[in-house]
Ligand binder design. Structure first.
Ligand SMILES: NC(=O)c1ccc[n+]([C@@H]2O[C@H](COP(=O)([O-])OP(=O)(O)OC[C@H]3O[C@@H](n4cnc5c(N)ncnc54)[C@H](O)[C@@H]3O)[C@@H](O)[C@H]2O)c1
Length: 284
């Protein structure tokens, strides 16, 4: 077993989903302890049975946690710290997909009139506020110990800007912007913030069969694991503020080289040049 993450404690949100399960498996395989959070209790229970030994040895705990509720996020962080002995890694992976609105949303896109205001609010609460709540609950401890790794799973720029792919796209664009801001805020204080995206539609429950994709041509959910494990390691811990496209991670080369080959700055730094800022830009 690769024990590179031995001694580290990780929280994974959306842990019962397609990427979440692979991330839990990968983190446990690398020696980490994992708190797996999701709202889907049935699939969380299945997750626990997949990893019997880590459950017995206390290396895996599962907890029903709705990330759209701050008090549940704070309780999950406290539980991980008390039950697993710390918190070093936070993977903000949980989200709602457009299938919640309509199962055939890929072939017949969703117009604004189909989105109830409550549905808009729910997407923003889960897909954007959820990551902020988890970060808000986890950050003090990470800063105090001088080491933390936060990974936010956003989506492709295409999906963010795509018409009739709301509220998913705009909520993910908000998460992308939040990631850039947090990377800057925590830089030099031992806490990294990076974005990882699959690089295209991936074969998980979020993309329903009704989407019509050839599932074998989609990005395999396992593609997310190598870049995220590397970011959680001591080597990856030197890097912050980047967005990694998992499909472009080359597993046949040294991780530093693989990382270099699939990353860019988070968000849209080239566009963040205000033409006018009285007195000079605040970051100059
Ligand atoms: N599958 C893709 O093609 C794709 C592409 C780009 C980005 N992503 C992103 O990857 C991440 C993982 O997605 P996936 O493809 O594994 O989807 P998935 O639907 O398999 O997993 C998402 C998980 O989040 C959980 N979840 C939903 N609401 C929650 C809440 N309020 N609190 C806690 N957990 C909640 C779900 O129960 C589910 O288990 C998501 O952030 C998604 O937006 C997916």
């Amino acid at each position: 077993m690769n024990m590179e993450l031995e001694g580290k404690v990780a929280i994974v949100t959306g842990a019962a989903g397609g990427f979440g399960r692979e991330l839990v498996r990968g983190l446990l395989g690398a020696g980490a302890k994992v708190a797996a959070l999701d709202v889907d209790e049935k699939r969380l229970d299945e997750l626990a049975t997949l990893h019997e030994e880590p459950v017995e040895t206390g290396r895996l705990v599962t907890a029903r946690t709705d990330i759209s509720r701050y008090e549940e996020c704070a309780a999950a962080v406290a539980q991980a710290r008390a039950g697993l002995g710390g918190l070093h890694v936070l993977i903000n992976n949980g989200a709602l997909g457009m299938g919640v609105i309509r199962i055939d949303h890929m072939t017949e896109l969703v117009g604004i009139q189909e989105i109830a205001p409550e549905m808009w609010d729910r997407f923003v609460a889960v897909n954007l506020s959820g990551a902020w709540y988890m970060t808000r609950a986890a950050i003090d401890g990470m800063l105090a110990q001088g080491w933390g790794c936060i990974v936010n799973v956003t989506t492709s720029m295409f999906t963010m800007l795509r018409g009739k792919f709301h509220p998913y796209g705009p909520a993910k664009a908000g998460l992308e912007a939040m990631s850039a801001g947090h990377a800057g805020e925590f830089e030099g204080r031992g806490v990294t913030v990076n974005v990882v995206v699959p690089g295209g539609p991936s074969d998980t429950p979020m993309v329903p069969m009704e989407s019509g994709f050839d599932r074998s041509a989609m990005v395999p959910p396992t593609a997310m694991v190598p870049p995220i494990l590397w970011l959680c390691s001591e080597a990856g811990g030197a890097h912050t503020g980047h967005r990694y496209v998992a499909a472009n991670w080359d597993t046949t080369v040294d991780p530093e080289v693989a990382a270099e080959g699939c990353r860019a700055p988070i968000g849209w730094p080239d566009l963040a040049q205000n033409p006018v800022w009285p007195g000079g830009r605040p970051d100059e």
